[in-house]
Write a protein that binds this ligand. Structure first.
Ligand code: HEC
Ligand code: HEC
Length: 573
């Protein structure tokens, strides 16, 4: 589900193991009928079923490889915004059911033209071809989830779960519920629910200072309602308080039996917000303010370094860091310097970013820095950075992110003059989500050009500058070993979040889907009404009426408007 295929450092994913649970050997000698064996002892529970369907496998692959750039929530590159729709693939003549050989889609994949910037394993191409050859059918309905559950059913499930955990040694006050079940409406597939589970686990553990990965517990078969334990994430009641305060959907219709049930649950768990919507939680936790608050990132980056036991000044003074001076960055329009320090949890990487390439913003003309006391760089030869980005390992091995300004103070969004995120309409790099999308596999590698440039012109620099570059800018082979180690740590943690290989980046699609605008039908669904009921209610509900009136030219309502009005609307329902 990676929304962005990077044209750098794409890691080959052992998708044969991860999606299909069959040995690679049989993957390479692919045969449509034999590959999709189910895990024989398994009953028809959610995660085994999908492995017997070629339709689902193909749909998984298209979702993971293409939807990021051509899905409904994507930018729709090449004017394709609905690649996951079978009807669209037929209409555009991309597939000829029953004839894979003459299907342009197969040719596009074979030629390597798409997925853009990625290497798609041959096994995946074969699955797509086999799917087309066998008729290019829709995912069978029995592999989709049942219809949406009513809120009464959801509350019943949660109450049942609470009564069950009372028998276990779990502190009730630390239990919370995350509910994705309203997403059920679109008959989402089981593979999508699996991605939701991974997304939730990834974001929670990415904001945890605990040393172990904690997987949220699914309380129902279709994996759409989860229980989380605050203490396992090292979160406190204060942490939850911040989340609850930001939650726009806390208000529920008063007067009904449902309201009483909700009050019971709230009382049992000792919080006014015991259940939150999963898509909102994913979105809210993956960007500031909550991202920084929950992770407790201090305002001054020096305080974070202190907490991690990283002495940047001393390391630089002793020239004891690994640096890569990048001429052509994949994200920054200008040159860029990245630098690694070890910590007790793994790595602390920081970048020095520049808003231009001239004068003191050129790391080729000014190859050492930053200007600071006690670093003993020759001041006239030091660069002056405009900001920076930081990646560090949490105790559980996952990565955390920070953007800083030129003074080393934490900021939420990087100036577009410095770095850009092509996924976002404004191209702004937002801390958290932007980093999560692009650093889905861990480190992003680039090569050093400063070392060669400085050694080619030794007479231009003082000997101590020359020596500093020589000891800090490592050879590419040495850097690759370092990158490998850091990647391995992150990949191991990723494997632990859901107990299976994560294909693509699971948080990003949920984030953008949540942020996308709502049609009138979406609006009705999110309020638990039919479109007809919505229209009727709007006559007697001024808040709803004014929200509907705020409809944009494109016939859609913004998510932020809906969030703002939600409480008032519910109060009048
Ligand atoms: C990183 C983004 C990205 C991903 C991932 C991606 N595409 Fe594309 N796709 C593009 C862009 C950009 C274009 C526009 C043409 C170009 O720039 O080459 C495009 C164009 C296309 C076109 C139109 C080609 C034409 O010439 O009219 C098709 C069909 C297509 N993509 C299919 C796919 C399929 C199938 C996948 C998944 C296997 C995929 N793409 C994955 C970015 C992407
Ligand atoms: C559009 C993709 C993209 C986004 C968004 C992005 N990065 Fe990166 N990042 C890269 C690439 C590519 C590199 C490799 C160096 C280069 O080419 O600039 C990199 C390198 C880094 C490095 C040096 C370590 C390494 O992986 O090589 C740090 C630190 C870093 N990024 C932090 C961040 C933070 C923090 C964010 C979010 C605020 C972020 N990045 C967002 C693509 C991205």
């Amino acid at each position: 589900m990676s929304i962005l295929a990077r044209n750098f450092n794409f890691h080959y994913l052992a998708i044969c193991y991860s999606v299909l649970l069959v040995p690679l050997a049989s993957c390479s000698s692919f045969k449509a009928k034999t590959v999709f064996k189910s895990n024989s002892s398994a009953g028809p529970s959610s995660f085994q079923i999908e492995k017997i369907s070629i339709e689902l496998s193909a749909s998984d692959i298209i979702q993971a490889r293409c939807a990021g750039c051509h899905g409904t929530d994507s930018q729709g590159f090449g004017d394709i915004k609905n690649i996951t729709s079978l009807a669209f693939l037929r209409e555009r003549n991309l597939i000829v059911p029953g004839d894979s050989e003459n299907s342009p889609l197969v040719r596009i994949l074979k030629s390597g033209y798409m997925p853009k910037g990625q290497i798609m394993p041959a096994e995946e191409q074969q699955i797509i071809a086999a799917w087309i050859q066998t008729g290019a059918n829709e995912v069978p309905d029995n592999l989709r989830l049942p219809e949406k559950r009513s809120s009464a059913e959801i509350l019943n499930l949660i109450q049942k779960d609470i009564s069950e955990i009372k028998g276990q040694k779990l502190e009730l006050a630390n239990q919370r519920y995350v509910n994705f079940s309203y997403l059920n409406h679109e008959k989402i597939t089981l593979s999508e629910t699996r991605q939701l589970r991974l997304a939730l686990s990834k974001i929670l553990n990415s904001l945890s200072w605990g040393d172990k990965i904690f997987a949220p517990v699914s309380i129902n078969e279709s994996n759409l309602i989860f229980r989380i334990d605050l203490s396992k994430l090292q979160w406190t009641q204060v942490t939850w308080g911040a989340i609850a305060a930001a939650y726009p959907y806390a208000r529920t219709p008063s007067s009904s039996a449902e309201a009483l049930q909700r009050q019971d649950i709230a009382a049992e768990l000792g919080t006014s917000v015991p259940i939150v919507r999963g898509d909102w939680l994913l979105k809210a936790l993956s960007e500031p303010d909550l991202y920084y608050r929950v992770l407790q990132i201090p305002l001054e980056i020096a305080d974070l370094e202190f907490a991690l036991g990283v002495d940047v000044t001393r390391n630089l003074n002793e020239r004891n860091v690994a640096r890569v001076g990048i001429r052509n960055s994949f994200v920054s329009t200008n040159n860029r310097l990245i630098e690694r320090h070890p910590t007790r949890f793994g790595a602390y990487w920081k970048s020095y970013d520049f808003a231009s390439t001239s004068g003191r913003a050129s790391i080729f003309d000014f190859p050492v820095g930053p200007i600071a006391l006690n670093m003993n760089f020759f001041e006239p030869e030091t660069f002056i950075q405009d900001g920076g980005e930081i990646i560090f390992n949490l105790p559980n091995g996952l990565q955390a992110y920070v953007i800083v300004d030129s003074n080393g103070r934490r900021i939420d969004v990087a100036p577009v003059t410095v770095v850009q995120d092509p996924l976002r309409i404004q191209h702004d790099v937002v801390n958290g989500i932007s980093c999560i999308s692009c650093h889905a596999q861990g480190m992003n590698r680039n090569i050093d050009s400063v070392r060669a440039s400085v050694s080619a012109n030794p007479s231009l620099f003082r000997p101590d500058t020359f020596a500093a570059v020589d000891s800090m800018h490592k050879l590419n082979s040495e850097m690759n070993e370092i990158f490998d180690l850091d990647d391995a740590r992150f990949q191991a943690a990723l494997l632990a979040i859901g107990g299976e290989q994560v294909v693509g980046e699971p948080i990003t699609p949920v984030y953008y889907r949540y942020q996308s605008q709502l049609s009138i039908d979406d609006l009705a669904r999110e309020l638990g009404l039919t479109t007809l009921e919505l229209n009727e209610k709007s006559n007697s509900n001024p808040a709803l009426k004014s929200l509907i009136d705020s409809i944009e030219e494109n016939g859609l309502i913004t998510r932020s408007n809906f969030e703002l009005k939600f409480s008032e609307i519910v109060g009048q329902l």
